[in-house]
Design a protein around this ligand. Structure first.
Ligand SMILES: NC(=O)c1ccc[n+]([C@@H]2O[C@H](COP(=O)([O-])OP(=O)(O)OC[C@H]3O[C@@H](n4cnc5c(N)ncnc54)[C@H](OP(=O)(O)O)[C@@H]3O)[C@@H](O)[C@H]2O)c1
Length: 419
């Protein structure tokens, strides 16, 4: 029995909200609030007559804490699910603290303006000290840990698929399969085809920033950074087939390196086709991925935001995307003195997602875990306080809900490993 405020109404939010409305026992009331309220109203209309959750809508610019505080004070939710953009994480967290409500998100903080000198100073210091140069890192949100503890509140960080489910898979492997986990390879394969020469599966700005950045992995207690797309492997994914995949920096590595005792190496690989990489390189070479504004005909334009306006809206890819995703983790380690390797993964079919909710599988595989993490906090099953990632809770109820809400998983005890 809880009242939920969801901020954002894009591809991921549309799935998370529809899934919350399939779980009306937990989410009795829900407010969809976003920058463009017409999108919220359209989703509310789509849900009419299909759920007993009472749905309302509101407009909010979540870049400003005061706006979120005002909305929380008027709607009075028990918790807030942030499925807007990572840029809004801190303003929404602060509003939750001020109003005494729990906070949940799917991606860790990064600033919209990476030229901001205040942010740059801290970023440059972190790059030097930790050795990876991604624009996002957990320090910004972990800094709020004591404040959330003192307020008796939970901030559940990163409950999408990766991060999110991949960290739950790790906690599950640790609990049921290993005495010690030595290596973790997180593999994210999208075998889907949308038929466009180039499109991104989620917010283009956030996505292209992530994949064009240097890769890095955790080994023997420190980060190893390598040039973007310089480590390539092939893997034969169950139900998808053989794919090229490339090592990327990814946020859950940071949390798992801190929380999984004795882990020696953690890597993250994502599959990309040659056409995607060629387009991305070309856009990068001509400056279209830049976040620094340029003057154009007397107007300031941010190249990557202009590119976003040209690319297909990820939320519109649903009807045309065919094929499957396979996302999971390969673990090696020791159980009862013997070496052990397992692969825990989920396979998700783009067209099945579209038939059920009108979304493609990338939004689906993020939105379902967003609902699950929120439901576990809302119902008090996950009740630790502070800023926490999904690997820090009991994985069993989350794993049960993945099966129940459309993302069934498999444990392969004899998988191929990645060299
Ligand atoms: N963990 C994972 O596995 C995973 C995977 C994919 C994505 N994600 C994360 O999921 C989140 C949502 O991604 P998406 O693909 O759904 O993005 P999206 O389609 O671009 O949607 C973003 C939504 O946030 C709204 N928004 C943006 N700025 C806002 C502001 N200042 N105030 C209020 N609302 C604002 C947008 O409103 P407008 O409609 O007005 O633009 C839009 O409705 C992102 O943080 C992304 O990084 C996580």
């Amino acid at each position: 029995m809880s009242r939920l405020l969801v901020i954002g109404c894009g591809g991921v939010a549309q799935v998370a909200i529809q899934k919350c409305c399939q779980n009306s026992d937990v989410f009795t009331e829900l407010c969809i609030a976003s920058r463009t309220v017409s999108k919220c109203d359209a989703l509310k209309e789509k849900l009419a007559g299909k759920t007993s959750t009472v749905v309302t809508t509101a407009a909010v610019d979540a870049d400003k804490k005061e706006n979120v505080v005002a909305l929380i004070k008027s709607y009075k939710p028990d918790l807030v699910l942030n499925v807007a953009l990572p840029y809004q994480d801190l303003s929404i967290m602060e509003a939750c603290l001020e109003c005494g409500v729990h906070y949940v998100d799917t991606a860790n903080y990064e600033p919209e303006d990476t030229d901001d000198p205040e942010w740059r100073k801290i970023y440059d210091k972190r790059c030097k000290e930790l050795g990876f140069s991604a624009y996002f890192d957990y320090s910004w949100q972990w800094n709020y840990d004591q404040k959330f503890k003192d307020a008796g509140l939970t901030a559940l960080l990163g409950t999408g698929f990766d991060p999110g489910v991949t960290s739950v898979f790790t906690a599950y492997a640790q609990k049921h399969y290993f005495d010690e986990i030595h290596t973790i390879d997180i593999l994210d394969c999208n075998g889907g085809d949308h038929g466009y020469p180039f499109a991104t599966n989620f917010n283009p700005e956030v996505n292209l920033r992530e994949v064009s950045a240097p890769g890095s992995y955790w080994e023997d207690g420190h980060w190893v950074e390598v040039p973007a797309m310089s480590i390539k492997r092939e893997y034969n994914f169950p139900q998808v087939g053989m794919k090229d995949m490339y090592l990327l920096h990814h946020e859950e590595i940071e949390a798992l390196a801190r929380n999984i005792k004795g882990v020696k190496r953690i890597r993250f690989f994502m599959t990309f086709g040659q056409s995607y990489l060629t387009h991305m390189k070309c856009l990068e070479n001509v400056g279209m991925l830049s976040t620094t504004p340029i003057d154009f005909n007397g107007q300031k334009i941010v190249p990557i935001q202009f590119l976003k306006a040209l690319l297909p809206d990820p939320a519109s890819l649903g009807p045309r995307t065919v094929g499957k995703t396979n996302i999971g983790c390969i673990f090696t380690g020791i159980k009862d003195g013997k070496e052990k390797t397992i692969f825990i993964y989920n396979v998700c079919d783009h067209q099945e997602c579209y038939k059920e909710l009108g979304s493609q599988a990338i939004s689906y595989t993020t939105g379902v875990p967003a609902m699950i993490g929120t439901a576990l906090v809302a119902s008090g099953i996950w009740n630790k306080r502070g800023t926490l990632t999904t690997d820090e809770f009991d994985p069993d109820p989350y794993m049960d809900m993945l099966n129940k809400f459309g993302l069934p998983w498999v444990v392969d005890e004899n998988p191929a490993t990645v060299e």
